[in-house]
Design a protein. Structure first.
Length: 214
């Protein structure tokens, strides 16, 4: 999605300095996406308009929080019990498939109804296509749920997390083109609802030990 920015060492911005996770819809007087500033988003979004979208997963990486988690689109105006159910199925299947996708109570906390930032990819796609849309946030550090002090969060663990996504996708696939299935709100966990406030994140115990003096 961002080869020109990545080759310059940018974590998120492209070669022209545009934050590609804030280029998915206009914000006030700011027009986005545009060919001049964010051609990557411009062309991807146009392709999605021509094909449609049933499920969107934007893969990021969080520099601070010691968890793998989904940031959802609970704040979009078209959020529904059906989307909440699919989000729940996707997350719980991922957790069963890979122990590194740990405690589902932890995320960023969810936006209130109607408070989504539509310039963000996952919010914009959910709003535009009425589909399940999430941002997957793996950590840059070790995980609280399954710490491995010898390696921390590693390339091998990241690869295994990617492979496990197929099991999660298989679990949610039967729901994707059935927007009117019945959902019992009582079966939905708090962490999938708009306005959810997650508990304070905790660090793995081994990272809190004082380092030996050299």
């Amino acid at each position: 999605m961002n080869p020109d920015g990545s080759v310059r060492g940018h974590l998120r911005t492209n070669a022209s300095g545009a934050n590609l996770n804030r280029e998915w819809a206009p914000t006030g007087d700011y027009e986005a996406p545009t060919l001049a500033r964010s051609p990557e988003v411009f062309h991807v979004l146009n392709t999605m308009r021509s094909t449609g979208c049933d499920l969107f997963i934007d893969v990021h990486g969080d520099e601070e929080l010691p968890h793998n988690f989904f940031a959802g689109a609970q704040g979009v105006s078209n959020w529904s019990p059906q989307l909440a159910k699919m989000h729940t199925v996707l997350a719980t299947a991922y957790q069963k498939s890979n122990p590194d996708f740990g405690n589902l109570d932890f995320n960023y906390g969810n936006d209130d109804d109607g408070k989504a930032n539509l310039a963000i990819a996952s919010d914009s796609i959910c709003s535009r296509f009425h589909c399940l849309s999430v941002t997957l946030e793996p950590p840059f550090k070790d995980t609280f749920d399954r710490p491995i002090p010898a390696t921390g969060w590693s390339g091998d663990r990241a690869g295994a997390l990617g492979a496990s996504a197929l099991d999660a996708l298989a679990a949610v696939e039967p729901f994707l083109r059935k927007p009117h299935f019945e959902v019992d709100d009582a079966d939905l966990p708090d962490w999938v609802k708009p306005g959810y406030v997650c508990p304070k994140h905790q660090e793995p115990a081994w990272t809190k030990k004082p380092r030996a003096k050299l």
